[in-house]
Design a protein around this ligand. Sequence first.
Ligand code: NAD
Ligand code: MG
Length: 400
Amino acid sequence: KGLLKMKGICILGSTGSIGVNTLDVVARHPDLYRVVALTANNNLDRLYEQCLRFHPPYVVLRGEPQAEELRARLSAAGLPRIQVLSGAKSLEDVAVLPEVDCVMAAIVGAAGLLPTLAAARAGKTVFLANKEALVMSGQLFMAEIAKSGAKLLPIDSEHNAIFQCMPADYKAGQSASGVRRILLTASGGPFLRTALDELDDVTPDQAVAHPNWVMGRKISVDSATMMNKGLEVIEACLLFNMPPERVQVVVHRQSVIHSLVEYVDGTLLAQMGSPDMRIPIAHALAWPKRFESGAEPLDLFAVRQLDFEAPNEARFPCLSLAYEAVRAAGTMPAVLNAANEVAVASFLDLKIRFTHIPEIIRHCMTTIAPEPADTIEAVLEADRIARLAAESYVNRLAER
Ligand code: NAD
Ligand code: MG
């Protein structure tokens, strides 16, 4: 073990749900992983605690006043050598440091795109949780991975499950030989059985109360609308080089099977486990080996039964919108993602109703034409235009 080179890790979004779970796994393997950089939007207290525990040489906060405060606290604590940086550009800088071997992309939303892309370009091993970054940049991101030869390991539990069910020598982005379909499981979220006419009045607190997983607020709302599954369909098409008609969503209430791969001979391979993100995180961090994650093993006798059903498109229009976006191609997935980010934030801010979320996204997708997504500038421009369109639609809804 002593002969293995210790790996340096940069965790983009270390204070979030995925970030905290990643540090929990890293702390179990101090002989294999060394924390080089941690970044946060504005959770200064949690980032400070992480500094005391992991002594990263670099940390990044979004705003300079907060960075200034963290510097003061760290010097008072006797840790003045931790470099505290601020701003979006610093996220890219720490992601490509020479002492960084791998980057956990765990920022939520479009804010994670540029640092994740920078890590891919620099040939770092990318642990990808930030699905919005991949949905936006699509083939562009996959091309950067291929060009630099970077390793790409999915963290999203479904995609990690699919990766584990792929042939042993499989690399993300390739087309897998012998695979007929991907079956992407979905819990159905908190509103799977809610009467359709009650959805107009559900609150943010009801929407973020996920039955099986504890996650950040944005992805929890996405799970309630099933846009999370929609983004994951697009993510699966890109990661596994599959057309959308070969990615089937399967509602599976227990969240025990995390997804399946169907082979041409009729074999179905599934990956199962407790709903604990430390399992896919540990899988990616140890790959191609295995190590402990801290998760409880699944008790099949307690699970007893596994249920499956087809998704109801009338209940979950966001799922169909995602299929439409991936078929429209070009910058349309970036438009879908940006409109969704604005709509979800507006719902969490109590500006719009839950059922307005798909309405806003549909409005943006019908009024904005897709452009070729062949440069990062084109992707960022589509993101910008869609946000403007979504915001003005939100304002119109608020005035009603
Ligand atoms: P979260 O809200 O708990 O954490 C988000 C992190 O990103 C925080 O550290 C925050 O400080 C940082 N951040 C937010 N906005 C930022 C900005 N503008 N600039 C810089 N940093 C910013 O979210 P999460 O649940 O951990 O999810 C993170 C990503 O992982 C999302 O893309 C989500 O879809 C994906 N994911 C999460 C889970 C899960 O179980 N939580 C599962 C699968 C995929
Ligand atoms: Mg998922």
